[in-house]
Ligand binder design. Structure first.
Ligand code: SF4
Length: 492
């Protein structure tokens, strides 16, 4: 497992929020990817889009309810096609399976197409430790590998890098001259990787979907590298989470419509590759061996939790990241592990432990934009609230998370909000106290102007450190309603 830095979220996000390069990259993703997604919805019509979403959601719900059945079917069909399925309970088991294949088959060089699960396993590190040269072949992943970083976004791992940074990196690591043309940079990467594709003994891929009825691994890419990884080397190993299985090819159709549109605003990706086993005796090419490693690594725990199993329906399109007001400010690295953004704030605590990632469920305004954007209608805000609840109720889950209201204050707040008379009295008292503090020449609050800003007021300082606390209004909405708005005949 890669180093878990989820505990650093508050400090890391405070740093990344001030980085102009990250701000610009996130703005591009927000307008580009999300703008494209919205255009696609208009093109197919919102009504058809909603039908697709419902169909995909029902398919995922059905599959999760019968996951053991479909995984058995998958194993049977892959075996019938001449491949081999391995089930791995955790990262150590998955890595041990790959290491055994490497040792027994004399593998020296491996090429990889994009796979988030392999990031979860820290597979590259393990392979390098046993003497295998590993090359990421997705351009974004290749950049990240050269920079020794982790992905910044689910579908655009090097989103945060400017072309100038990539040029400097390529000059340093590949020895090519500096260049400022993106096509030239892509050509330099292609040139460096071409020979690796030809030399590799082992090709490793992830899977966007696993079709149970045919034993097929499906990957969608825009660069064609996935196809080279799965067909050129003599051994192909597919590694993916057990939740990627779907029942049939017919079910696949709706996901192939939803995923590229939600991810990048494309009607379809440039390549849709379907692998159903090793080369047959009359095939001209293809791998001699096909191994599919189906990884659990904490997913059974999620499946067993009725409140969180919905997170397993995620197809990693990244739409929730592109629209999230928190991700859009702090970017992917602040989340401290493999999966960033709103869905990462649920998946990471479940996979690395809630005690390790207790800040992540707080990293949401609960605005619901992620649920609206999600092609599977995954109810992310509900699950974030559930995790917050767990943190508040279960000391073993990490105790009270930083940023969570202490229980006596929460109870007091609930009492005040439930009692209109008490609320009105509290509001009047708070307004008087605020006026007194603002009027005092020695008050730190007075120095912030009309609102309270950066004041060291106990309890409020975390809020006011980066936001204004507006002056409390002279009349509440309830009073305005009673006095003016509820009287349609009265003068306004
Ligand atoms: S939760 Fe939904 S929107 Fe977010 S990555 Fe997963 S499928 Fe896409």
């Amino acid at each position: 497992m890669p180093e878990v830095k989820t505990r650093d979220f508050p400090a890391a996000s405070a740093v990344s929020i001030l980085d102009p390069q990250i701000r610009m990259a996130l703005q591009r993703a927000g307008t580009g990817f999300d703008g494209g997604r919205r255009e696609c919805i208009e093109e197919v019509t919102p009504q058809v889009w909603e039908e697709w979403r419902e169909q995909a959601r029902q398919t995922k719900l059905h599959t999760l309810d019968h996951l053991d059945y479909y995984l058995e079917m998958l194993e049977e069909r892959v075996s019938a096609n001449g491949g081999q399925v391995h089930f791995a309970a955790d990262a150590a088991e998955a890595n041990a399976i790959v290491a055994d294949l490497v040792r027994t088959r004399g593998v020296r060089i491996a090429t990889k197409s994009k796979s988030m699960v392999s990031e979860e396993l820290n597979l590259n590190h393990m392979l390098e430790s046993i003497g295998v040269d590993v090359y990421e072949t997705d351009l974004g992943e290749y950049i990240i590998q050269l920079a020794e970083e982790t992905p910044f976004h689910l579908v655009a791992p090097a989103l945060h890098k400017s072309k100038e940074e990539v040029s400097r990196l390529f000059t340093e690591k590949l020895g090519v001259p500096p260049m400022d043309d993106i096509n030239a940079l892509a050509a330099a990467a292609r040139e460096a990787l071409r020979q690796r594709f030809l030399e590799a003994d082992l090709g490793i891929s992830g899977a966007n979907f696993l079709v149970a009825e045919t034993g097929t691994l499906v990957i969608i890419t825009n660069e064609g590298n996935g196809r080279l990884c799965t067909s050129a080397p003599r051994i192909h190993v597919g590694i993916t989470g057990m939740e990627k299985v779907i029942p049939s090819v017919q079910d696949l159709a709706v996901f192939l419509r939803l995923l590229p549109r939600s991810a990048t605003g494309q009607r379809i990706t440039s390549y849709v590759s379907m692998v159903s086993g090793p080369r047959k005796h009359d095939d001209e090419d293809g791998p001699e061996e096909f191994h599919l490693i189906v990884v659990d690594n904490g997913r059974s725990r999620m499946l067993a939790d009725p409140d969180l199993r919905e997170a397993l329906m995620c197809i990693r399109c990244g739409a929730c990241l592109n629209i999230c007001p928190v991700y859009q400010k702090v970017g992917g690295h602040a989340y401290g592990w493999v999966y960033p953004g709103p869905i990462g704030s649920i998946v990471s605590p479940m996979l690395v432990g809630l005690d390790q990632a207790s800040d992540l469920p707080q990293a949401s305004s609960l605005c619901g934009a992620c649920r609206e954007a999600c092609p599977i209608r995954i109810d992310i805000p509900r699950m974030l609230l559930h995790l917050r609840h767990k943190l508040a109720e279960e000391p073993d889950a990490g105790g009270r998370a930083k940023g969570t209201m202490p229980r006596p204050i929460a109870n007091g707040f609930a009492k005040v909000m439930a009692n209109p008379g008490l609320l009105s009295a509290t509001r009047k008292f708070a307004r008087a106290a605020q006026a007194m503090l603002l009027g005092s020449p020695i008050s730190p609050l007075a120095r912030g102007g009309r609102g309270i800003r950066k004041a060291g007021l106990p309890l409020l300082s975390k809020w006011t450190h980066s936001r204004d606390l507006p002056e409390i209004a002279p009349r509440s909405f309830g009073e305005i309603w009673k006095q003016e708005l509820s009287n349609p005949d009265g003068e306004r």
